[in-house]
Design a protein around this ligand. Sequence first.
Ligand code: NAD
Length: 483
Amino acid sequence: MPGMRFDNYIDGRWCEGAEYRGNLNPSDQDDLIGDYAQADAAQTGEAIAAARAAFPAWSQVSPQQRFDILDGAGSLILARRDALGWLLAREEGKTLAEAVAEVGRAGQIFKFFAGEALRLHGEILGSVRPGLNVEVTREPLGVVGLITPWNFPMAIPAWKIAPALAYGNSLVFKPSGRVSGCAWALVDILNEAGVPKGVVNLVMGTGAVVGQLLSESPLVDAVSFSGSVQTGQRIAAACLPLRKKLQLEMGGRNPMVVLDDADLEVAVEACVSGAFHATGQRCTASSRLIVTAGIHDRFVAAMLERMAALHVGHALTPEVDIGPVVDATQLRKNQDYLAMARAEGGLVHGGELLDLETRGFFMRPALVVGVEPHMRIGREDIFGPIALILRARDYAEALALANDSELGLSAGICTRSLSHASHFKRHVQAGMVVINAATAGSDYHVPFGGRKHSSYGPWEQGHARDFFTLVKTTYLNGGGVPV
Ligand code: NAD
């Protein structure tokens, strides 16, 4: 089945890869998205060299020029939102509505960071020493390696690429091989928006070759990564001996606490959306539902009723609520975890495999009831449409269960009690807290990140400046003029 070939983008040119890899639609394995270049180590080295050569000039262009390119890219993305959303849904398996919304988000991110390029400022402080003033300024970081996962194939690259460029860095972008089509389309738009040659380089290929080289190369100053904890640890092991600046955004086993006094309808909507939308394949998904005894049985019954109404199917079909799982490996992993939950004594509702018209990876969302804190299903990052319920005696036990995890990305609580909501906000061990809404979903202009093993280094989005710039403190003998 021959497909269209898509090349890597290095030093302002489309370059043939050492080999090509076909990408198939997870809703329909008979639908080939395209054949995508796979770089070898030599080509990855060329991309790094191109980014190095482009850095000095790009780091000095005016903020207006950076604004124009980023704003232009944002406009192109927004103008093509429907076509790009179609590609995203076809390649990654989000429903069309979710995919179009993600593309819209990517466009807004470019617009936001266009403005940030103009707003970058420093500080002037008085010195404790007479005659001196102190200036704190920010400079571009250098060449950054951006390594991204498959589950937000437009939004995550956008929230790394846009700030990298806004703050004057050149970059090598290595997307997940499962979503090369989205990555290629995004870089094609940046090319059209006028990014100078060498400033943005797209290197599709494996993590073991391209990702590893970005981490190991002394010519790459910093690496920003989103993906699994295991890969993040591997990247850290390669980067830290070189003292590279690192930004790691990794997994979540995010708790959603539902207290006796919660509005049942609000809680069920938050949990269904947080756990199952985007097929549960979100790092901020609500995968551990911690429910207090007084509402537990009513909550389970309402969840099952709501879940029964969810339509699972081909991501491009308009009435579908939940698209396919991303690939056969992930589908098998999901099923293995459900079998494990049964073996450990959990009661599994849903989770059946679906045999639909097209050859896709379809399963119904699953709710596992009667889970005990020690069970593997409650402790490991599954990354699928599977939520489990832990029963808690009261708020105090619910908070303890919420914090009983090595991960700490996002956390939520559904309650009408202001005091419980306030206490939870302060004491839950997570980077992001949501009250009476789904744990998944975030705003692009505010800080995004986690605690414990979920994140490492400066946060993303609203705090991207801290990663993508270097701080400099200057002491200026200004003749004693006080600030
Ligand atoms: P993954 O860790 O398998 O891969 C992520 C990226 O790392 C891919 O581009 C991959 O090719 C690359 N990679 C693999 N091995 C590498 C190596 N040795 N060196 C350098 N790069 C390497 O993750 P995935 O399966 O693509 O994505 C799912 C995971 O991502 C989940 O665990 C999810 O929780 C996490 N995630 C986290 C966030 C966040 O912001 N916290 C966002 C999205 C996804």
